[in-house]
Design a binder for this molecule. Sequence first.
Ligand code: J2J
Length: 550
Amino acid sequence: PEALIPLRQTWPDALVRRYREAGYWRGETFPAFLRERAQRLGSRTAVVGGEQRWSYAQLWERAETAAAGFLALGLVPGDRVVVQLGNVPAFYSVVFGLFRAGLVPVYALPAHRITEIGHFMRKSQAAAYVALRSYENYDYRLLARELQAQAEAGELPHLRQAVIVGGDAGEFADFDAFAPNPALLPTEDPDPQSVAFLQISGGSTGLSKLIPRTHDDYIYSFRASNEICGIGEDSVYMVALPAAHNFPMSSPGAMGAFYAGATVVLSPSPSPETTFALIERERVTDLGLVPPLALLWAQAAESTKHDLSSLRVLQVGGAKLTTEAARRVVAGLKCRLQQVFGMAEGLVNYTRLDDADEIVLNTQGRPISPDDEVLIVDDQGRSVPEGQPGYLLTRGPYTIRGYHNDDAANARSFTDDGFYRTGDVVLRTPEGYLNVQGRAHDHINRAGEKISAEEVEDHLLANPQVFDVAVVSIPDEYLGERICAFVIPRAGEARPRGPALKAWMRERGVAAYKIPDQIVFVDAFETTAVGKTSRKELRARLREDFLKAQ
Ligand code: J2J
């Protein structure tokens, strides 16, 4: 197979010095900090999930066993490993095991299917795939088999191992049978400036990009988040959203909680029916939700028999929380609200716990770091007058300078002087807080899941009954936005039906959250006077006409 493309994330030397001198980057690494916590806090509870309850000592021991097991399979430091696990304690023994072994996790979500997983495997040149035996009624050995078939056909030249977690591994390597073997483990911790893992982008144009994050930059982001969010040893942090998502991982997330020596409680579902009982049982103090869930919780909390009085801070982020929705959340849940506006590429903004209600209800917060640089610009890249909306560009001690293995995306998404073009339209208040107004790209923010219109269009266009398609976001009371596909059937073919098109897309192996919520058949797309129209204009016009007709 072709050589591995090096994993890197580089800031200019002067900034590296600056970030070190300012104490942001301290040379810490994932394995080093967890080892220290295990030594210092040994018997304290690190993670609770299902029937399992592991102390810090046990989590570290399991990570070391995992590390030895991966290396015993023939993986070598620097190899990338696509990890697809749900909200179970093994999520953390696997990823800390990979860190300990010098292997690089690539974080997939449980909802991803062969289309997405195949893409991550190819882009990262992954040597291995690790998945749960089953989660949310899906058998991930099916996916492992599809990957193996692609590997045999020469399409995944780097793939050498598939590992199943949770028993019944079948023909694959059995994670649960991994044995400790200290002799196999590296004697040194990784370089703190090296890439620790690849996170997945929200995918604004086309397929998801891979986001290389270093030990130094990521640990800074959650250590500083702990300060801002008041996470300490006595905190009990619940992971209700998918554990692999950047929000519950790092803002301050499970990683922040482990860093603080706190307890992480995993919920298999974010629904009030599941979470409320767990909150009561484990005395959960902090967690993050997306806006639709926060509204659902606020409503359910009014009539629950469960004791939610341990809750201290509810964070809401991933999509815009309107002022009215924020009011309802505050009224329904008797705890502090914190708005979080973040992105897997880096920059995270928080309202502060001692901010006035005015700010907490009306803004999406301000950046973590004094060295987060924020520009708000117009189409030409010129700064807009203070208080006016514009495109948000950012650069700083935990924002990436480039995606992995994607020159075209890098040319689009980063300025020559290293600013990341977030694609978000924001304005800044006189107090320096950001208010998210919209976005530049055609993507759909469906309850915090970002879906590229282009990616869904590409799938539907592959159907022989489809002549043309435009995918747009439609405001949705519950989801925030839903996916609507306008489809022109192909003349001469049997006219497709909505449910059949959706089923067809599912069978292609696409994450269920990308399947259109609504399909509208049209005879033609109206074109402008010029006769040609950009997809962007077309989508905008279709959305507008559709909403007017409602
Ligand atoms: C409006 N839009 C928001 C908000 C994210 C913490 C919290 C969230 C994410 C995340 C994250 C928003 N109001 N409060 O990684 O660490 C939209 C913006 C942004 C995009 C990033 C974290 N919070 N958004 O959601 O990588 O459009 O990260 O650019 O999934 O979500 O999506 P993602």
